[in-house]
Design a protein around this ligand. Sequence first.
Ligand code: NAP
Length: 253
Amino acid sequence: MSDLIKTFSGKAAIVTGGTRGIGRAICLELGRRGCNVAFNYAQSVEAANTLRDELTNLNVESFAAQVDVANTEAVGGFVKEIKNKFGRIDFLINNAGITRDNLILRMKEDDWDAVLDTNLKGAWNFSRAAIRFMLKQEAGGVILNITSISGTNGIAGQSNYSASKAGMIGLTKALAREVASRNVRVNALALGMIATDMTGALDDAYRAKILEQIPLGRFAQPEEIANIACFMASDAAAYITGQVIQIDGGMAM
Ligand code: NAP
């Protein structure tokens, strides 16, 4: 791999939910660019070990732990360990997320709590823990929240998920205002349909119906999102903060 693209050499990133899908692709793209990468996950121990091996092969340091993003105390400890290991935290990508879809009359309180705790509280937990260190660094830092067009537009059957993803947008904007003067940028990516396990379970008829609504006529690959995430983390995006960048093949324009 050419050294020309190692623009993140010596930097350190945290990616929540790194073991699969979009998080995994972001970890690998950061690694390709020379960034040391820490990530957490809920249960995929084997996938975590494989990803660590792949990052080692890219000649970057990695660190991983099975930490529930919703567990405030565990997140605090994990982020502190990352800072001790890497000496800095430049990028935080709040990516871990789940769905528990159902129409509201059939949705259980547990489904609401699990989605809000993972998607929204998880992003708040990691942001609060990481920002403590970013504010003390001259280089500042970048936080990127992975949200969804379900949060900007609302999707029937996703009252919990849409609320959590809309909440992440509010979190993005409030935090961007709070920390801009200290050179910390906070942005969100509002994704459309991406080819991962999360969308893999859709039945063929529903998938065909969704495809009709996407002007570009396809789902995105996780690697396409990873490239945009790295652009947003880079100095090329130094004047972008508090924004929600829509990446949806034109679906929600
Ligand atoms: P995915 O393939 O289902 O992967 C989810 C990742 O999050 C896994 O690494 C999982 O770990 C981790 N995770 C889940 N709950 C966690 C918890 N409580 N604590 C720690 N880690 C946890 O999902 P994806 O499709 O890549 O989605 C990534 C993000 O993009 C999510 O926030 C999702 O809402 C958002 N998004 C996705 C799409 C899409 O079309 N795929 C569209 C819009 C937005 P384990 O492997 O251990 O389970």
